[in-house]
Ligand binder design. Structure first.
Ligand code: TRP
Length: 452
């Protein structure tokens, strides 16, 4: 009856979990960062925008600019020990709605991410059971499959259910354990496939495509694409890293860990290119296929591999599945932790509530390729609309506000850069002015208000 009972945290909340080891945190954060963005999107975007030149811009942006919102998220999480809504609320009560905007963004992104997750499960199964005959027209196969009314939806639900098991079980016995198993397995499979790919005759062309810089492609558009890709790939701008940061103990160095995440993330993205392009060039396929690269071009590669094509295909799609799952777990955990803390729900109830919302979003997204193909909002199908709103608009909006709030309101001490005065000065300039200005610029370009 008293207020005290309302304010008192529930027993589930009073024992806030922490990562059991530093490795657990690194693997989970890398798991969140490494996903479809690295394996499916990075290689073809890099190919399209000048190979090595793109890579150079990407790495500079990652190390000098994108590290700032990443650091801010980890910092807010570690400082306030709350998920995204609670953390913003701790800065100022009025910022609570910004926390919810972050949750909204991550739920929106789940809508299309989980649809693709469903496709991946389908491809694992058809290769595993040998259900896809040689000589298939893979483009047609993919389009027909994605356009079916029920099957892709069932797979998307299955992907959601598998992802949800881990946050349902808790941070240590669910989220951390899943990453500790899936990430090493992912890395071993990736290394194996990179090595196999280098033995193919097209390896040299593949390497050239990736690493030979085409400086004529150096322009503002390429810069923006690299920036957007880097932010998406780091999983910032939606409170995911804040949530993972909130399970860190107070002594963990944030700068060191941010660089470990950035380094690992970039290395894995490059490895994905090293795995895919030598094979694509060997069989004279189109490296600029775009989004169809993984589901259309690679099946053609698998068919032509001289031996064990099916086995390699299963390995590749399982690898992709693990990459997607470790990201989808982070997405769910972000919303679940916020629901749990801010709506006072048990972890189990919060998981069910979040899943119910994701199911509702999954339906229009998944059906965007078939039944609802002709329904467009602002000239976009639901799938594209969700992608655009979350990745191109809300992600930079949230990141920009995050930097401004941390820079002007929270004002971290120079502990954040281990007391180094010069670094602290640079950090503040980036945090308060440069990074928010760049983010604002990318938002305006994304909305077509500034035309390049
Ligand atoms: N970084 C993920 C990838 O590369 C995608 C992603 C964006 C994400 N935002 C996220 C993952 C938030 C987890 C949480 O695929």
């Amino acid at each position: 009856m008293t207020n005290a009972t309302e304010i008192k945290p529930s027993s589930a909340q009073s024992a806030r979990p922490e990562w059991t080891s530093h490795m657990g945190f690194i693997l989970a954060s890398l798991g969140s960062a490494v996903g479809l963005g690295n394996i499916w999107r990075f290689p073809y975007v890099m190919g399209k925008y000048g190979g090595g030149a793109f890579l150079l811009v990407y790495m500079v942006l990652m190390c000098a600019i994108c590290i700032i919102p990443l650091l801010c998220e980890l910092f807010m999480g570690q400082k306030y020990k709350k998920a995204v809504v609670g953390a913003y609320e701790s800065v100022d009560k009025r910022l609570k709605s910004l926390g919810w905007l972050n949750v909204f963004t991550v739920i929106l992104i789940s809508g299309f991410y989980f649809a693709v997750g469903g496709w991946i499960i389908h491809y694992v199964l058809i290769y595993f059971t040998g259900a896809i005959p040689h000589g298939t027209d893979y483009a047609q196969y993919f389009n027909n499959f994605a356009a079916r009314p029920v099957l892709p939806l069932l797979y998307a639900f299955l992907f959601l259910a598998v992802s949800a098991i881990f946050p349902y079980r808790g941070v240590n016995s669910g989220v951390e354990k899943a990453n500790k198993i899936m990430m090493p397995a992912f890395l071993i499979m990736l290394l194996f496939l990179v090595i196999i790919s280098q033995t193919l005759p097209g390896a040299k062309d593949g390497l050239e495509f990736i690493f030979k810089p085409d400086f004529s492609k150096f322009n503002a558009e390429m810069f923006l694409i690299a920036f957007g890709q880097a932010l998406f790939s780091l999983s910032v701008g939606m409170g995911a890293m804040m949530t993972y940061g909130s399970y860190l103990n107070k002594d963990t160095s944030l700068v060191d860990n941010s660089y470990i995440i950035i380094f690992g993330e970039t290395l894995i993205a490059i490895s994905a290119g090293l795995m895919i392009f030598p094979a694509v060039f060997t069989y004279g396929l189109n490296p600029g296929e775009g989004p169809g690269l993984v589901f259309v071009t690679l099946p053609e590669v698998f068919e032509q591999l001289p031996f064990c094509g099916n086995l390699i295909a299963v390995l590749f799609f399982v690898l992709l599945l693990f990459a997607a799952l470790t990201s989808s777990i982070a997405m769910l955990e972000t919303s679940i932790a916020a629901f749990r803390e801010s709506l006072n729900m048990s972890r189990q109830k919060a998981t069910l509530a979040v899943c119910a919302i994701v199911v509702v979003l999954l339906i229009p997204c998944t059906l965007s390729f078939g039944l609802l193909k002709n329904i467009q909002v602002f000239g976009k199908t639901f799938f594209d609309l969700f992608d655009f709103t979350s990745s191109t608009v809300l992600l930079p909006v949230n990141s920009c506000l995050l930097c401004l709030i941390v820079g002007w309101l929270v004002k971290p001490s120079d502990d954040i850069v281990k007391g180094n005065k010069v670094l602290y000065f640079i950090f503040n300039i980036l945090l308060k002015y440069i990074v928010p200005a760049l983010l604002l610029f990318s938002i305006l370009c994304g909305l077509n208000i500034i035309k390049l």
